[in-house]
Design a protein around this ligand. Structure first.
Ligand code: GLU
Length: 429
């Protein structure tokens, strides 16, 4: 990659700043990650050898509250990626008005190559390495790409062992039996679904007349595909890292999910099967999926999927970003020129961290909510913020991503300025 992810993320910040009047202090504060930690995690492998993995935890900003963000296990995890993801978390938490700053963690590893026991030792080792840097009032972990509830449970357990007290609120996305929240597993998809449902009427569309292509069939992509399918949308294409399938009249999502899940018993946490081996549907590549002539395109995989190189091929009218950072800032400009509406990641996928916030609140109060209560609260909050972002875009005649950043910047700027600004100190009024 020629340019760093963080530099690209910074371009969004620069652009959005033109539409806000936040103080110079706030601008200066938000330019750099607050703290970046790199750790080496020694793990005893099943064959007796010792292997050292690289791990990271970055707290980008904590003006609005403790750091909050997931932990990613992926071979491509780097400090630059974790810093950008922490940057996005900062703006995501502000966009949804959650009392958190932004943080992120990661380990450079291909988790599919580890045994379950190695994975547990790695996860506990990661917490050993970063324990002084996290905490329920400092920085709270959660799942991200290739991490799940069980791993969150191990992390919470390890932190509690270190602290010699049960500390459920240091990690969200835990198993429900260990203090996890109902609805956290479906929250990212549910939030995206609420955003799609509440914004679609603005384009005079209904579910039945809308075709959808989804890139990525993980926790977010697969559950969203199902929610859309159940609501009557025509989901014509889905894919995972191995490739995808297409059916002009719509795919039968429940059977595809069943197929993906069928190997759970054999391969446990990670699944070998891919969606492209299912039925007689047409097979297509991820690149072909992105260029399909559909109404809605949902990138739900990884960063940098739509770049200056392929943005010109996009035919969808609406894009809802479920992955973090799937579109580069150069691609944004091309999509804007083509009149494509991009609903940005920091709004669309914020359902996950919103229910993480509910989990943290429940852990701290000791009072647990029903699934209906959680989904209702999530819907209220995400639809309200989507509406505010839509109004900012309309009032300032700017694209939705810039509007979302303006919205977050206003909240971040207010919090940073509350401690005093240059004007305050020099003008004495
Ligand atoms: N990893 C998710 C995200 O990128 C969730 C973070 C959280 O729940 O703290 O938004």
């Amino acid at each position: 990659m020629s340019e760093s992810l963080l530099a690209d993320a910074g371009q969004r910040l620069e652009h959005a700043l033109k539409y806000t009047s936040i103080s110079d202090d706030a601008v200066e504060t938000l330019k750099f990650p607050h703290t970046s930690l790199t750790v080496s995690i020694p793990v005893r492998m099943d064959n007796g050898s010792l292997k050292v993995f690289q791990g990271y935890r970055v707290r980008y900003d904590d003006t609005r509250g403790p750091g909050k963000g997931g932990v990613r296990y992926h071979p491509n995890v780097s400090l630059d990626e974790v810093q950008s993801l922490a940057f996005w978390m900062t703006f995501k938490c502000a966009a949804l008005n959650l009392p958190f700053g932004g943080a992120k963690g990661g380990i450079t590893v291909n988790p599919k190559e580890l045994s379950r026991m190695e994975l547990e030792r790695l996860s506990r080792g990661y917490v050993d390495a970063i324990a002084d840097f996290i905490g329920p009032d400092v920085d709270i972990l959660a799942p991200d790409v290739y991490t799940n509830a069980m791993i969150m449970g191990w992390m919470m357990d390890q932190y509690s062992i270190i602290k010699r007290q049960i500390c459920p609120a240091v990690v969200t996305g835990k198993p429900v039996s260990m203090g996890g929240s109902l609805g956290r597993d479906t929250a990212t998809a549910m939030g995206a679904f609420f955003v799609i449902e509440s914004t679609l009427p603005k384009f005079d569309r209904t579910a039945q007349t809308t075709t959808v292509a989804i890139q990525g069939f993980g926790n977010a992509g697969a559950i969203l595909a199902d929610l859309l399918f159940q609501a009557g949308y025509k989901v014509v294409a889905v894919s995972d890292s191995q490739g995808g399938i297409y059916a002009k009249n719509g795919l039968d999502i429940p059977s595809i999910r069943q197929f993906k899940d069928s190997c759970r018993g054999i391969k446990a946490i990670y699944c070998d099967n891919t969606v492209c081996h299912t039925a007689a549907d047409e097979v297509l590549t991820n690149a072909e999926l992105l260029a399909l002539d559909v109404d809605i395109l949902v990138p739900a995989a990884l960063e940098n999927q739509i770049t200056a190189a392929n943005a010109g091929d996009i035919k969808a009218r609406l894009i809802y970003e479920v992955a973090n950072g799937p579109i580069t800032s150069a691609a944004d400009r091309i999509l804007n020129e083509k009149g494509i509406y991009v609903f940005p990641d920091i709004l669309v996928n914020a359902g996950g961290v919103t229910v993480s916030y509910f989990e943290w609140v429940q852990n701290r109060s000791g009072l647990y909510w029903t699934l209906e209560e959680i989904n209702q609260r999530l819907k209220l909050r995400i639809v309200e913020e989507a509406e505010l972002i839509w109004s900012i875009a309309r009032d300032l005649s700017i694209d939705l991503r810039t509007a979302a950043y303006v919205h977050s910047l206003n909240r971040l700027g207010e919090a940073i300025s509350a401690k005093g600004t240059r004007d305050y100190y020099l003008n004495h009024h």
